[in-house]
Design a protein around this ligand. Structure first.
Ligand SMILES: Cc1cc2nc3c(=O)[nH]c(=O)nc-3n(C[C@H](O)[C@H](O)[C@H](O)COP(=O)(O)OP(=O)(O)OC[C@H]3O[C@@H](n4cnc5c(N)ncnc54)[C@H](O)[C@@H]3O)c2cc1C
Length: 558
């Protein structure tokens, strides 16, 4: 019997069967919200000790997410070893960290990286360095073990699973016509103006945004779709899902620029029957998600002694002769002072605006203008594969058309990349369920106040639709909360951010010790501080964070 038949038969047999769910084990994991809040309270009450020690380095990097790690890498590649990276959490990686539940690796946040296009040359270089990409017989090839195995995606709708995420099964001719119309519009807009990922590659020094981008940036995606007569419910559901998945908020909130950029900067919108352009349809993924990448970025810093985790940056002060950074060391419970000629601020914009003294106007304005989406990830350990409904076979990414949880985005299976096919049928695994709360009223307050069981039970309840035995199979659920997970590209965000960081620092074309020349990337900067974080792109993906970090490293080197 085929696996999919077996699962479907078993699911049918179980319908109406009420076995008692086991007592759920679990808790919050990944991010120490209490640490951040306690620190904020002590800062406000003035009860933090004075710095007990003063240390010096050539460069200080504040924040160890993808951007901070990329900045550190560019310093290392330029032959600079005398730097320190200060990270609040006990593990580096920020939103791209991996974790373990019951001994199995799983993502705590970001879980995949699409095969990067040529605009993301810096990311391509990293993948080459990590051995994921190599030239074979004149063509670039990616390591098959790390490209997402088939089947990649499926959608649960009306009691059945279908392949892919765009609703196609049983939809009418009107829906298909709107899919084609939207596909043609994305293609036309992509010809009218460049949509690059990372977005900073389409920003040219001192030039205004192209008119196409300006017009799209001026209104919400929903309004633009309505103007085009694109009102089909299936198309609108799919586009809303895509926006929530990448931007943390749906089509009613993000700009039309963001809605089009999602497709035009990648492989376009693929209507049924369309093929992805060659070489652009794969995604790289690992059991621990993008934690695989951040661990490798962090490894040389651990070895070189530059990584200091459990250190919260409290204050960054830029003087005429250098930068001073105070950080609270959570292990020693003391404040350390770091001094350096320059620093890279790889912190979220709202944190940077709080800790940078006499913050420059562009930073203050950005902190006021940007809006952040809260997110959560519920990692559900199951002791055996789940019963299933008929249709497409279990995939890596499994999405529900009608998700009872607001902002629910379905789950990825951390065991999907296993190379042993028998393990897929029998072994325990972890399902990482994602929920973007950017559109949920008081989403952040709910995240801060509801117990972990609230989120765990909601995830189990909604996934219990397609998997009736989930509550029996789930042994443990660990919930990771992100109060300010990513900035939402609302109307006007692109226009505002594109004006920042376009001045070319003098002497940037510097010869590096490895013989290469640094290339300029637009980076928000003051005389001694360079800012790097996905927030500066207005939306958050690996390519944006990494290229911004790399650019900040170059700006400091210059
Ligand atoms: C749930 C979720 C899923 C995602 N999925 C994907 C995905 O699949 N693919 C993808 O490409 N992107 C995904 N993203 C986007 C992800 O945010 C980016 O890929 C990237 O990780 C952002 O990196 P960053 O360095 O810009 O920011 P951050 O990850 O925010 O890094 C900032 C760092 O600064 C640290 N910090 C904060 N305050 C202080 C302080 N006071 N002192 C010292 N350190 C401090 C933080 O702990 C953190 O490590 C996802 C994001 C979330 C939240």
């Amino acid at each position: 019997m085929q696996r999919r038949q077996f699962l479907a038969t078993a699911a049918t047999a179980l319908a109406g069967c009420h076995e008692a769910p086991r007592t759920l084990q679990g808790g919050f994991a990944g991010i120490d919200l209490a640490r951040g809040h306690a620190l904020r309270d002590r800062l406000q009450s003035g009860t933090l000790p004075a710095p007990g020690v003063v240390r010096r380095a050539q460069v200080i990097v504040a924040g160890g997410g993808v951007a901070g790690l990329a900045a550190a890498r560019s310093l290392r590649l330029a032959g600079i070893d005398d730097f320190v990276l200060l990270e609040l959490e006990d593990q580096p990686g920020g939103n791209s960290r991996g974790g373990m539940v019951e001994g199995l690796a799983c993502p705590l946040g970001a879980h995949y990286l699409p095969v990067p296009g040529n605009d993301a040359r810096e990311v391509q270089d990293l993948l080459e360095e990590l051995g994921l990409r190599q030239r074979v017989a004149g063509r670039w090839q990616y390591d098959e073990r790390h490209l997402c195995h088939s089947p990649q995606e499926r959608l649960y709708r009306d009691g059945e699973w279908q392949e892919g995420l765009l609703p196609v099964q049983g939809v009418g001719a009107g829906t298909l016509a709107q899919y084609r119309q939207f596909s043609a519009l994305v293609q036309a807009l992509g010809k009218a103006a460049r949509f690059t990922m990372p977005v900073l590659k389409s920003l040219e020094a001192k030039r205004p945004l192209p008119p196409t981008h300006q017009a799209l940036d001026a209104l919400v995606f929903d309004d633009w779709l309505t103007q085009q007569g694109l009102d089909d419910a299936h198309l609108r559901w799919y586009l809303d899902y895509c926006c929530r998945d990448d931007y943390g908020a749906g089509t009613a909130r993000v700009s039309a620029w963001a809605g089009i950029h999602y497709f035009a900067s990648r492989h376009g919108f693929l209507a049924p029957g369309d093929d992805a352009p060659p070489g652009q349809d794969g995604v790289l993924t690992w059991p621990e998600g993008n934690g695989w990448l951040t661990q490798r970025l962090a490894a040389p810093l651990r070895a070189g002694g530059q990584l200091r985790t459990g250190c919260s940056v409290l204050r960054i002060s830029e003087g005429r002769h250098g930068v001073e950074v105070d950080a609270y060391n959570h292990t020693t419970e003391s404040v350390e002072r770091w001094q350096a000629p320059r620093a890279i601020v790889a912190l979220p914009v709202f944190v940077a605006a709080r800790v940078v003294q006499q913050a420059p106007a562009f930073l203050r304005e950005a902190a006021q203008r940007l809006h952040w989406a809260p997110w959560l990830v519920a990692n559900i350990h199951i002791d055996a594969p789940l019963l299933d409904h008929p249709g497409a076979a279990p995939a890596w990414d499994n999405v529900l058309y009608q998700d009872a949880n607001p902002g629910g985005l379905g789950y990825v299976n951390a065991g999907h990349q296993r190379l042993d096919p028998r393990a897929a049928l029998t072994a325990p695994t972890v399902l990482s369920y994602y929920q973007a709360l950017g559109d949920v009223p008081q989403g952040r307050e709910q995240l801060a106040t509801q117990p972990w069981t609230h989120w765990a039970q909601a995830a189990l309840a909604t996934l219990g639709g397609p998997h009736p035995d989930l509550a029996r199979r789930a042994t443990r659920v660990e919930v990771t909360r992100y109060g300010h997970a990513m900035s939402i590209p609302t109307p006007g965000t692109l226009g505002f951010l594109s004006k920042i960081g376009l001045q070319r620092p003098s002497g940037i074309r510097k010869q590096l010790s490895n013989g290469e020349q640094t290339r300029w990337l637009p980076t928000p900067a003051t005389a001694r501080l360079a800012f790097a974080h996905a927030d500066w792109s207005g939306y958050s993906v690996f390519e944006e964070a990494f290229t911004r970090g790399h650019g900040a490293g170059l700006a400091v080197l210059a």
